[in-house]
Design a protein. Structure first.
Length: 172
């Protein structure tokens, strides 16, 4: 009878000993497995991030090449003739009559050491104040970097229009 109780107790004791001996190793294995999965996810995220950065760098390099190709097609300075056409087109689109346009002499190098190079024009226009306002807004919203200054208005009461004189500096 003692054998009948002793054998199951011995088997149960062995089971508890194995459980006591193996469970810490098994739980450590499970914990390491979870950490490895987290590290693998982190690595894949970083690899995707690096791949995206490389793709962006390659795109920027291609864009830089395209910009250099475009830059070589333009001259180093803006052509005065194209600016004359630009101003006459903007004046016409805004209901102004271009009376005259003259390019001023460039400033001396000592005056503009810290300023970007520019071309200076004097425009004489004829039209209403609203047309002038639209003309200035149109120039400011265009791709040409221009600064309008020295606006002078001379009203003609018989014609209800003004003769407008203004200076425009176009930076390049």
């Amino acid at each position: 009878m003692t054998r009948i109780f002793f054998i199951p107790l011995l088997l149960f004791g062995c089971f508890l000993f194995l459980l006591y001996a193996l469970y810490p190793q098994w739980s450590a294995h499970q914990r390491l497995g979870k950490e490895i999965l987290q590290q693998q996810e982190l690595i894949t995220q970083r690899q995707n991030y690096v791949a995206q950065l490389r793709a962006n760098a390659q795109d920027l390099h291609l864009y830089q090449n395209d910009l250099q190709k475009i830059q070589t097609t333009f001259s180093a300075e803006l052509a005065a003739a194209s600016l004359l056409g630009f101003f006459s087109e903007k004046a016409l689109n805004n209901g102004l009559v271009l009376i005259s346009i003259a390019q001023q002499a460039p400033p001396t190098p000592t005056e503009t050491q810290d300023i970007a190079p520019f071309l200076s024009f004097v425009l004489r226009l004829k039209g209403s104040e609203e047309s002038l306002e639209n003309f200035i807004k149109d120039i400011e919203s265009s791709a040409v970097m221009a600064q309008v200054s020295n606006i002078a208005l001379d009203f003609k009461e018989q014609e209800q229009t003004a003769e407008i004189s203004l200076n425009i500096n176009v930076y390049y």
